[in-house]
Design a protein around this ligand. Structure first.
Ligand code: FES
Length: 125
């Protein structure tokens, strides 16, 4: 099997391919932007992203959803939707969210990550 770092696999390392491979390993993958800026420009960290990502990870684990074949909660750098933050995105569906508090995270975890039903009221287009 080719190692992801070998030249032979290099042509197959586009974003869609990476998402395909992650999606086959995890049923769902959520990425939270945790980017912080200190220059006054908008950033997700200024809206509680770090503590709410940690809370999401805790809830996924507590509900028994964490692990291969299930759900993975990851930190991400800037996802380039800074004015709409805080933002998170769920794959494989490619559904973008914004959120305000723990109850929003509970709804994303239980409805989308566990039950496969995206949360319309928190969704970004
Ligand atoms: S700082 Fe979060 S999307 Fe850019």
């Amino acid at each position: 099997m080719a190692h992801p770092d070998d030249g032979a696999a290099a042509d197959d390392c586009g974003a869609a391919s990476i998402i395909d491979r992650m999606s086959s390993y995890y049923q769902r993958h959520i990425f939270f932007c945790l980017n912080r800026r200190d220059d006054g420009r908008p950033c997700c960290a200024a809206h509680g992203a770090e503590s709410l990502q940690a809370y999401a990870k805790e809830r996924v684990k507590a509900l028994g959803l964490a692990g291969p074949g299930k759900v993975r909660v990851n930190k991400a750098g800037c996802l380039d939707r800074c004015d709409e933050g805080p933002v998170a995105v769920v794959y494989p569906e490619g559904v973008w969210y914004t959120y305000v508090d723990r109850s929003d995270i509970d709804e994303i975890v239980e409805s989308h990550l566990r039950d496969g039903r995206p949360v319309a009221r928190l969704r970004l287009e």
